[in-house]
Design a protein around this ligand. Structure first.
Ligand code: NCD
Length: 312
C-alpha cells in the first residue's frame, strides 16, 4: 500500500495534492463504493467525530460529508446554520473553531471568505477540511470531479475538458484545474462571458504546464471535440450588482439541442446546484452524469478522504 500522506493533514487547497495522493483517494473511493454497494456501511471510524461547520449554504457537500462519516461508523456535530450559534453573538472564528475542535477529530469547514479555511486551521491542531472558501477553492469537489472523469474514461490524459459558466467566481473550477494540471489533458477549453473569465493567473498556470488552452465566448464551436463538458452556475451571491448577474446568468444554457453537438461518448458534469444553465430535458441523456455518478461519487470520495485523514 502507498504511504498515506494525508493522515492528520488539513485539506485546504487542491494545490497540496500530488498525483499519488489523487490516485490513493481514487483507489480508496472505489473501495468505499464497493463497501456501500455490498454492505451499506462499515465501522472503521466508530471512535471519530466530525464537526461540519458551515457558514454558507450547502446541500451536497454538507449532506455527503454527513452521510460519509455515518457510513464509516463515526458521529457528527451538524452545524449548518452556524450563524444561529454563538457566532450570532459576535464570537470570533478562532473561538468557534477551537470550541468544536475540542469535541471532534476533524472539522469540515465552509465559509464565504477566501482563505477562511486556512485561518480556521491556524486555530486548531485537528485537521480542517475546506468545503469551500468563497470564490477561492473547493478541493473535495475537485477530487470527486476528477474521480468521476477518471472512473468514466480510465484517465484524464489526452482528454479535452471544457469548463463553462462563471469561471471567475466558481471555486469548483479553480480547484479542478489544479488537479487537471497534474495530468496531461490534451486541451482545456474555457467558455465564459468576458466579465466572468477565468482569472488570468490560472490561465497562465495552464500554459506554464504546457497544456493547450482556449478561451472563448462561443460554446457551439468547441463542443464537438469535448470529452468532458463541465458546466457551472453563475454565482449570484458573489455579485455586487444584480443587474449584471441577470444579464449574464443565462448566457450559456445547455439544452437538448446543444447536446446534439456533443460527441456521443462525451460526458456532461455539473457540481450543482443547477439553476437554469442545464435544461432539465437534458437530465435523461445518458451522457449527463451530474445527477447520477457525480453526486454519489461525492459521498465515496468524502468517505475515502475522512478515512485517510483520520487513520494511518
Ligand atoms: C458548488 C459550491 O458550493 O461551490 N456546489 C457544491 O459544493 N457542489 C457549486 C456552486 O455553488 O455553484
Amino acid at each position: 500500500m502507498k504511504n498515506n500522506n494525508l493522515f492528520g493533514k488539513d485539506i485546504l487547497s487542491a494545490d497540496q495534492f500530488t498525483r499519488d495522493d489523487i490516485e490513493m483517494v481514487i483507489e480508496r473511493s472505489i473501495k468505499m463504493r464497493e463497501i456501500v454497494k455490498t454492505k451499506g456501511a462499515t465501522d472503521i471510524l466508530h471512535d471519530k467525530i466530525m464537526a461540519a461547520l458551515f457558514y454558507e449554504p450547502s446541500s451536497r457537500t454538507y449532506g455527503s460529508f454527513i452521510a460519509a462519516i455515518q457510513r464509516l461508523g463515526g458521529g457528527f456535530i451538524p452545524l449548518q446554520g452556524i450563524s444561529y450559534s454563538s457566532v450570532a453573538k459576535g464570537e470570533t472564528l478562532n473561538d468557534t473553531v477551537a470550541t468544536f475542535a475540542s469535541y471532534s477529530d476533524v472539522i469540515v469547514f465552509r465559509h464565504p471568505q477566501v482563505g477562511a479555511a486556512k485561518l480556521a486551521s491556524d486555530s486548531t491542531t485537528i485537521p480542517i477540511i475546506n468545503a469551500g472558501d468563497g470564490p477561492g477553492e473547493h478541493p473535495t469537489q475537485a477530487l470527486l470531479d476528477i474521480f468521476t472523469i477518471i472512473d468514466h474514461f480510465g484517465t484524464v490524459d489526452g482528454k479535452t475538458v471544457t469548463l463553462v459558466g462563471d469561471l471567475l467566481n466558481g471555486r469548483t473550477v479553480h480547484s479542478l484545474i489544479t488537479l487537471l494540471l497534474l495530468y496531461k489533458p490534451k486541451l482545456i477549453q474555457l467558455v465564459a462571458p468576458e466579465e466572468l473569465r477565468m482569472p488570468a493567473n490560472t490561465v497562465k498556470r495552464i500554459k506554464n504546464a504546457k497544456i493547450s488552452v482556449v478561451e472563448t465566448e462561443s460554446l457551439d464551436e468547441i463542443l464537438a471535440n469535448t470529452d468532458a463538458l463541465y458546466v457551472t452556475r453563475v454565482q449570484k451571491e458573489r455579485f455586487q450588482n444584480l443587474t449584471v448577474y441577470e444579464k449574464l446568468k443565462d448566457r450559456f444554457v445547455i439544452t437538448r439541442e446543444t447536446m446534439k453537438h456533443l460527441a456521443s461518448d462525451a460526458i456532461l458534469m455539473h457540481p450543482f446546484p443547477r439553476i437554469t444553465e442545464i435544461a432539465t430535458e437534458v437530465d435523461s441523456d445518458s451522457r449527463a452524469l451530474y445527477l447520477r455518478e457525480q453526486i454519489t461519487n461525492g459521498m465515496y470520495v468524502r468517505m475515502a478522504l475522512l478515512s485517510l485523514v483520520l487513520q494511518k
